[in-house]
Design a protein around this ligand. Sequence first.
Ligand SMILES: [Zn+2]
Length: 511
Amino acid sequence: MRRLPLLALLPALVLAGAAVPLSAQTVDTAGAGALIDQAMHHSEVMPNLEHLSDIIGPRLSGSAAMRRANDWTAERFKSYGLQTHLEAYPFGVTWSRGPATLMLQMPFTREMVAHSWAWTAGTGGKTVTGAVVRINGGQDSLAANLPKVKGAWVMLNEPARIWNPDGPAMTAADSAAVQAARQQQVALFQKIRDDTTGQLLKELQQFNYDRAFRLKAAGALGLLTDGGKEEGLMTMSGSPNGVSPLPNLVIAHEDYAMLARILAQGVTPRVSGRVENTLGTRPVEQYNTVAEIRGSEEPGEVVILGGHLDSWDLGTGTTDNGAGAMAVLEAARIVAQSGLKPKRTIRFVLFSGEEEGLLGSKAYAAQRAAEADSIQAVMVLDNGTGMITGQALQGRPEFAKLWTDLLAPVSSLGATKVRDANKGGTDHLSFLPYGVPGFNYDQESRGYNHTHHSQVDTYDHAVAADLQQASAVMAVTAFELANLDALLPRGPKKAVPPTVPLRPSSGLAAR
Ligand SMILES: [Zn+2]
């Protein structure tokens, strides 16, 4: 990655547009009616999402399908009359999923559904059979437990706390137990957040990364990971910046919990697994699809609507984040075909590499660091197929009135709530260190916690009316921001450490 240009480190004093105070800015809602009409009566969001989901399919960054999605979206933008191109950035090594099979051999024989965690190794074409062991693999305990993993498939965690969805509701005591367990996690997060040096997080990441190397060196066959959701739904992730030499199979929560119960009975289960994944041999580039409608008065000032086009590959990436990406494409169509001319440029960016660590948006923001002060705002849609309910202010409470005003023309569509909250986990975060106001719209969940990163992230979960609404809200708010009197005040700026692939600590890789 590149070094941070000096300009991005300057204090937030020398701002273009700072002459007009925020309180004096008025939102011009003229045009909203035409945009809403385009969104609600001429929508193309569903056919586009169907094509992306069912014909292009899952879009794992680095795959041929990802490139097809980049090319196809560029074509779609062009067909709506936008200038468009692909922008490259260094991604890392590719990874592709091969078949994975897992059989329970003891105490009875049964096939288990298993999916590889991404950027993990296979078993080298062999079926490997061994005991299942569960160890505490935490920083204090791993070393002492390494002798137990030789020739074994290893579980590192307690089963996730998944409430039986068909059972009675939780009692107060059940909720308290869940809360108490969650508090431990929160305490750890808090500790990491409070460590302004970032050292604690770095150490934890390195430890977690090294653990696979240490387990492998100690003779472990692979990891078994809890799918973490009810009804057999999976959750997986992974990154070229954390390539693992050890197979890691995600299995249904119900199977993971069963293995834990068998172990608790004093019986050692045995499983045999075979995994064939392919890791690329050298780093490749990936691409963001970028399109824009040039501003009529201030073309150098830019409002960005964004969403990630890449997906995981167990389903077809409809809700995470085909829905958001197609709403961005649709917002472009809406503005372009409404005939309205924004004063500032509206840019539409479909990022890749989001799932591997916001890689596409981080690269994009770094490449534009020198222009960051002319980016009016970045708004991202990435919480599923649900309608937009409002906006989270992302640490900028002074924008409460502004967002209330921006949403006024779409309040009748249900986008009304402005709340002081910070949202994590998606591409708007990549712009915040440059002082750019960045937001991730709040949405109805519509089962997003079930579908995302799972094998049922498919087109039948898409909600047409919601996506029309979301496209309308995005188009209207982007257009209003493009026509605002002046640029918004910047947020605090921070240096951005480069993203580099983790390497095993000295002595580990060679073993
Ligand atoms: Zn996503």
